[in-house]
Design a protein. Structure first.
Length: 217
C-alpha cells in the first residue's frame, strides 16, 4: 500500500488548520509542502515561515519540496522551521552533493528531485546518500496538471538500482496523481504518493486518500 502525502498547495489557505487536521486524522503519512520561488518555477508559494507555523499544529512528516534556484542558501532556514524531509531539485544547483550534505548535517532526511526531462543517471552518484528520491510526474510549478506516463520507467529504474545496490530510499511521485495513475507507479516501485488537487479539490479528501491506498493494496 502506498503512503500518502497530501500537497497543501491545493488546500484552503483560509482554513488550512482544518484541512491539515482532516488529512492527518484521515490517515495521511506525510504533509507535502511545495516551496516555489518564481525563478526555478514561474509561481511563488511560501517560505520557511509557513513551515514554522504548521509545525506545532501537526505531527505529520513535513515533506518540504524546494522548487527554488540555489536551494543551498535556504536549507538551514527550513531545517530551523521544523521540516522532516527536505527535497532539492538536481536541476536547481551546481552543488547537489553539498546541498544534500547540508540537509543531512541539519539532522533532516534528504531527498533529491528530478524533473520529467532529467535522466536518473544524473543523480546516480548521490543515490547512496539520500533517504528519498522524488520523481516529478509533471513539470513542476502548478497543481492540477496531467500525469506524464513516460516518467514511470524512471521509477522502475530507481527501484532496480535500489535493489542492486542494497539501498533503501523511498521513491516518491508528484504531479497528476489519482487512483488510476498511482497504480503503474506503485507497481514500478513508488512508495510515497503526493496528491494535491485530487485530494483537496474534493468534498471528501479522506475518501480520495483512501482510494489511493485501495488502488495499491
Ligand atoms: C507541482 C507540485 C506538486 C503539486 C501537485 O509543481 O510539486 O506537489 O501540488 O499537484 P497535483 O496533485 O494537483 O498534480
Ligand atoms: Zn511537490
Amino acid at each position: 500500500m502506498i503512503k500518502v502525502a497530501p500537497s497543501i498547495l491545493s488546500a484552503d489557505y483560509v482554513n488550512l488548520q482544518r484541512d491539515i487536521e482532516k488529512v492527518e486524522k484521515g490517515g495521511a503519512e506525510y504533509l507535502h509542502i511545495d516551496v516555489m520561488d518564481g525563478t526555478f518555477v514561474p509561481s511563488i508559494s511560501y517560505g520557511p515561515g509557513f513551515v514554522k507555523a504548521i509545525r506545532p499544529i501537526s505531527k505529520l512528516i513535513l515533506d518540504v519540496h524546494l522548487m527554488v534556484q540555489n536551494p543551498e542558501h535556504l536549507i538551514q532556514d527550513f531545517v530551523d522551521a521544523g521540516a522532516d524531509v527536505i527535497g532539492v531539485q538536481v536541476e536547481a544547483t551546481s552543488h547537489i552533493h553539498r546541498a544534500l550534505q547540508l540537509i543531512k548535517n541539519g539532522g533532516v532526511k534528504a531527498e533529491v528531485v528530478i524533473n520529467p526531462g532529467t535522466p536518473v543517471s544524473l543523480i546516480e552518484p548521490v543515490l547512496g546518500m539520500v533517504d528519498q528520491v522524488l520523481v516529478m510526474t509533471v513539470n513542476p510549478g502548478f497543481g492540477g496538471q496531467k500525469f506524464l506516463p513516460e516518467t514511470v520507467a524512471k521509477i522502475a529504474e530507481l527501484d532496480k538500482i535500489k535493489q542492486e545496490r542494497g539501498l533503501n530510499y523511498d521513491i516518491e511521485i508528484d504531479g497528476g496523481v489519482n487512483d488510476k495513475t498511482v497504480v503503474d507507479c506503485y507497481k514500478a516501485g513508488a512508495t510515497v504518493a503526493v496528491a494535491g488537487s485530487y485530494v483537496f479539490n474534493s468534498d471528501d479528501p479522506v475518501a480520495k486518500m483512501n482510494s489511493l491506498k485501495e488502488a495499491t493494496k
